[in-house]
Every structure is written in C-alpha cells, then in structure tokens.
Design a binder for this molecule. Sequence first.
Ligand code: ZN
Length: 102
Amino acid sequence: MSEFERRRRQAETHLKLQMMKEMSEVMRRTGLPPMAVMREAARAVGHIYRETAEAHCEPSCCPCGWCPQEAMDLERLGEALREASRSSRSTHLSVMQVLGRA
Ligand SMILES: [Zn+2]
C-alpha cells in the first residue's frame, strides 16, 4: 500500500467515525430522520468545499498546490458519494444500526 493510500484510509476511518458520532447526536437532539440529517451533512461538505476553494483562489493561497476546478471537483465529490453509498451490504447494515439509534 502506498503512503498516500495509507494516509487516505486513515483520514476515511477518522472522518467516518466522527461524522457517524456527530450525526447520531444531531438525530438524538433534533429528532430529525436519518435522511434529513444526511442531507444536511452533504450540504455541510458543500459549504466546506466552497470556503476551502475560495481560500485557494486568493493571491496568498496555501502552499499545498491545489487549484480548485469546480466542475471537476464537484463531479469527483458526487462520484465519491455514489461509490461509498453502494458499499457492501454488511457495511450498509452496520451503518443503519448506528443511525437507527436516533
Ligand atoms: Zn492548500
């Protein structure tokens, strides 16, 4: 496994756990159904994209080298959402058990 892939998996695991924890808490506090909360989570990612992209369009942008290309970036985000949503049945059911606790 490449160093990039190792770090990518580490980020995926961390974000998945944290988002699951936060979304379960939001459902518990608000009583909103899972799809309403997941839609807000998707909107939050969209806002984070917008703010991060804007920060990278300024003259004194960060040294990471990312140059936002909105159409391609949003297509890739949509692909990631669709791809992860079609994961194996066992993964899907374990997620539903946690979400079902709201
Ligand atoms: Zn950067």
